[in-house]
Design a protein around this ligand. Sequence first.
Ligand SMILES: NC(=O)C1=CN([C@@H]2O[C@H](COP(=O)(O)OP(=O)(O)OC[C@H]3O[C@@H](n4cnc5c(N)ncnc54)[C@H](O)[C@@H]3O)[C@@H](O)[C@H]2O)C=CC1
Ligand SMILES: O=C(O)[C@@H]1CCC=N1
Length: 264
Amino acid sequence: MRIAIIGTGNLGSSIAKGLIANKSFTSLYLSDKNTSAVKAFENENYVTITNDNVLAVESSDIVIFALQPRHIDKVLESVSSLITSSHVVMSVAAGFEISKIENSIGSDKNIIRVMPNTAISIGKSMTCLAANDKAQDKIELAKDIFNQLGTTMVIPEEQIQAATVICASGIAFWMRLVRATTQGAIQLGFEAHEAHELALQTCYGAASLLKESGRHPEEEIDRVTTPSGCTIEGLNEMEHQGLSSSLIKGINASFEKINQLKKN
Ligand SMILES: NC(=O)C1=CN([C@@H]2O[C@H](COP(=O)(O)OP(=O)(O)OC[C@H]3O[C@@H](n4cnc5c(N)ncnc54)[C@H](O)[C@@H]3O)[C@@H](O)[C@H]2O)C=CC1
Ligand SMILES: O=C(O)[C@@H]1CCC=N1
């Protein structure tokens, strides 16, 4: 597979890191105006770092556009004449619909919207995929690539905005929960580095329990909450203060915002 990533900022460089760790390409072009985020990969085999988007597109079969929504239109226009019906074009731009990409490069081209998160750099992304009509038979190829970098789910394009909030923004939401736990632990007397380790491993354990047991979170909660014990005391206080409610409201606020971005 000859792959190019156009835009190697936060997400583009994370995808590159994951692909390089898996060596899942025959060539990888990393193209950006500013290549500082991928400088560390310059000596990797079969990796070319460049400022030349045209060279990257011409040298690849799969082109991943990891640009901000305000830049992607111009870049697509600048390379549209080079994109053939055998290319597979992937875009991670949040709120940027397939129809807009089709307007730039044509609906006869293979287009797949990909919504990963930054855990892709360590092969643990939750990546959602949606393809245009032409690329329905390329979705397996996209799954093959992104399953090496975590887990994939194919969804209708209408759900990509919601998936962005839950999975891409979700990384930030979970980070804040981990951070808040460390702040609580420091207040209870742990050193900051100890608090961080305690919070992190407990969070990892909770996610692993759900993944490996297949049980519902409330079933796991029932196993921890001793009658009249400290866990239910804390949990109920958190709910009185609106823990679940504020999380759900935050998710809805993010969703409203991403839908506004889509209209711009
Ligand atoms: N950061 C995240 O966790 C996630 C981001 N996204 C989406 O991914 C996209 C990229 O986000 P980030 O990586 O955070 O942005 P970023 O700003 O870190 O990276 C974008 C890169 O594009 C480059 N660029 C701009 N114009 C260019 C041009 N003409 N030619 C070549 N390169 C050019 C910039 O120099 C920059 O390095 C956005 O559309 C965002 O909505 C999607 C999922 C998760
Ligand atoms: O915050 C944002 O708008 C982008 C999309 C999801 C993650 N980062």
